[in-house]
Ligand binder design. Structure first.
Ligand code: IMP
Length: 427
């Protein structure tokens, strides 16, 4: 029962789409377990480039069943337009399964996300504005709307009423906005019911049966470890658990079923939105990483903040996720630097610190301690094996592996599906 979790080891955007898609051919089910359309995967298949936000990247592999688990928050309009966009390009999406327990991002959740961010001013989180946080807040406050509610008009109406009761007070009295009408929301949501019906399923049962039958199930995390609501750089985080434990709660599969946890690790670091980032660069090196790496958000179109590799973060990701392997991505972006700095520890108020501090004050004060590694200038995009890499690129990978605490089992050397070096098989 090979059940693999694949997740971002940094602040997201590590190139998970490529990794998931690479495995997609041998995987029976690809499951998203948290987040929503705040995620963004770019998957390159042949000369076609696909940008996915909500759908699991397994949707592009014909033999694979894509699953949206109970832990995901779903904007129905985004889901339907992503599906029709793929259908127009000839991709069969009929196998998709959508958990009836997944929560729905309603139009008022999107409004609340945007209004709250504006209200926070310079203290804002820099959210994607897609209603993710407010939808998870409703879930925890037990006033959320679930996919299954679309099939009972009376229950749906009661739930929307309950959710808007307090929100309308806040919107009108605090934020000076107009109240949102219950019947309009109910009508809009009911309009999605028939279109979503073919996909709605008891995904927990389906996945556990699949594991019993020895099928290969891949759990695909959105965002990344440092954006985790519990283990990330709170409050500058997303509102769900991208870390490995989230796969169990967000898909309804017990921890004893998970056989491997793979961390996607970019050969340098990026972050979108606000929050601390010790190795961030504000010079021409940062600009070069952004340009060469194409570091612009798939979902938001925002420029990503860029910096050198941070081994303290990688070690932390190994620990909180119980990583068994790393998939190192975008090594090719570093080609051309004479020397490459790697952060091996932090200096915090005059002390050298080897591990990620739990105190946010300390983390805000953390300055990177760099070790310089020799760079390479040869084109590595055609490398098929580790031995094909220039000596200095090999040493860079080996150094990262040693510092990060788990074996690097695959290396991305270019954006294409086949531009990957496999060292140890994931299956
Ligand atoms: P939210 O998920 O829209 O609430 O945004 C919370 C924080 O997570 C913001 O800093 C976003 O930029 C960041 N974020 C959300 N999704 C992603 C992602 O897929 N990649 C990178 N950052 C993300």
């Amino acid at each position: 029962m090979p059940a693999l979790v694949l997740l971002g080891a940094q602040w997201g955007d590590e190139g998970k789409g490529k990794a998931t898609d690479l495995l997609g051919g041998s995987v029976d089910y690809v499951v998203r377990y948290q987040g929503g359309n705040n995620a963004g995967h770019t998957v390159v298949v042949g000369d076609q480039k696909y940008a996915l936000h909500l759908l699991p990247s397994g949707i592009l592999s014909p033999g694979c069943t894509p699953v949206i688990g109970n832990g995901v928050v779903v904007d129905p309009s985004v889901l339907l337009s992503e599906l029709s966009g793929l259908n127009e390009r000839g991709v069969d999406t009929s196998k998709l399964l959508l958990s009836g327990n997944a929560h729905i991002i309603t139009p008022y959740n999107v409004t609340v996300d945007k209004v709250t961010e504006r209200f926070l001013g310079k203290r804002k989180i820099g959210t994607t504005g897609r209603g993710i946080g407010p939808t998870y807040a409703d879930k925890i406050n037990r006033v959320g709307i679930r996919v299954q509610d679309l099939y009972d008009e009376s229950i749906l109406t009661q739930k929307v009423e309950a959710a808007l009761d307090v929100k309308n007070q806040i919107l009108t009295k605090l934020y000076n906005r107009r109240a949102i009408a219950v019947d309009q929301v109910v009508e809009e949501l009911l309009g999605y019911a028939d279109k979503l019906a073919p996909y709605v399923a008891d995904t927990v049962l389906v996945l556990n049966q699949a594991l019993e039958e020895d099928k290969v199930v891949l759990f695909e995390g959105g965002q990344g470890t440092l954006l985790d609501i519990d283990h990330g750089t709170y409050p500058f985080v997303t509102s769900s658990n991208p870390t490995a434990g989230g796969a169990c709660t967000g898909a309804g599969v017990g921890p004893t079923k998970i056989s491997r946890v793979i961390g996607i690790l970019k050969a340098y670091t990026t972050r979108v939105g606000a929050g601390p980032f010790p190795t961030e660069l504000f010079d021409e090196d940062g600009e070069a990483l952004r340009r060469i790496g194409g570091e612009r958000g798939v979902t938001t179109g925002r420029d990503r903040r860029c910096g050198w590799f941070d081994a303290v973060i990688a070690r932390y990701a190994t620990r909180v996720n119980g990583l068994t392997d790393f998939f190192l991505t975008k090594l090719d972006v570093l080609t051309g630097w004479e020397q490459i700095p790697v952060c091996v520890a932090y200096e915090i108020d005059g002390r050298r610190v080897e591990e990620l501090p739990y105190s946010q004050t300390d983390f805000h004060h953390a300055k990177p301690v760099y070790e310089m590694l020799p760079g390479w200038s040869e084109d590595i995009s055609k490398a098929k094996s580790f031995a094909d890499l220039p000596k200095n690129a090999q040493s860079y990978v080996k150094a990262l592996e040693e510092m990060s605490g788990a074996p690097i089992s695959a290396i991305g050397v270019g954006p294409g599906r086949d531009e990957t070096i496999e060292i140890n098989s994931f299956l």
